[in-house]
Design a protein around this ligand. Sequence first.
Ligand code: SF4
Length: 366
Amino acid sequence: MLEVTDHSTLSQMLLQEVKTLADRFQQTFGRIPSFMEVCGSHTMALARTGVKKALEGYVRLISGPGCPVCVTDQVTIDAMISLTDGVNRIICTFGDMVRVPGSYGTLMQAKTEGKDVRVVYSPVDAVRIAEQHPHQEVIFLGIGFETTIPILAAAVKEAEEKQVRNFSMWMSTKLVEPILRQLLHDGEVALDGFLLPGHVSMVMGRKHFEFLATEYNIPAVISGFEALDMLSALRHLLLLSLEQRAVVLNDYKSVVTEQGNVQAKYWMNHYFTLCDEAWRGIGVIFDSGMDFKSEYNQFNAKVKFPIPTREPRRTKCRCGEVIRGLIDPPQCALFGRACTPLNPIGPCMVSSEGSCAAYYQYMREE
Ligand code: SF4
């Protein structure tokens, strides 16, 4: 059932309109439309609000690669666990990351073994911890997309201004544009359009995504995260698909502008530059992340604490296929059996934005 809110009547009307348009799409093209929600926040919101379930059989909503925890490669977790072995080190990161399995355990397990691993809400908190512990090295594992990268830059700015020399960051950030290009280039999933994330678009601006229409001839709609927002965006996507019009439409104008947040973009480009990044279950993608510019190497944990990279031990987790939209979570043999939110095998079940966690919580047949 759709979420009951003050807008429930409107939601039901919009839902009905989306279903009618989806029927028309099916009559016109002989199949149901497939749209990919790019980000994990949408994946969770579509499941939580009941929109995804309500549209079963009408619209195929495919989870995309925009959950930052889910796409963090095992190599990164393995590196962070190796770093906990050094003396006088404090490892800090965001909440979900401590539960993500690497090849040989999690950061949480390292903590229970006595290593100093701390969860922080913001990288700026890690700078504060470094100030409070001047004789220890504080290393922050920085993950996230364009929404988070400016926040990472703000922490580096603070450390630079306060001359906090015992703070560094291990960057494992990702960018949306390169992974969308990769997905479209590979063509493994047939897509009729993208539901674009409102928060990434708030930073990058609508124009940033115009390449989808001009280069790939595919429509996309920027959406907020409430049921009404998402239904409205899906309605637009269906109308565009029916008219066969490739347009990138901003349906979240209260938050997203044409150019995005110029200040945020300035600071992320001030400290960081493009780099190749390894995506879990996908591989290395050219220029798909950001890492420190060489002039800021004093804050670059990879330079400060070089460690040999080991070939990761792969598991039967199929997160790589889930985040590329190739399978739905229940198609993984471990889903709901060996892999549950209490005992996650892969990051898609760990993350509060992960497809497997969303499916387990809201879509699973009891
Ligand atoms: Fe990985 Fe678990 Fe999802 Fe399977 S159910 S893909 S093991 S996270």
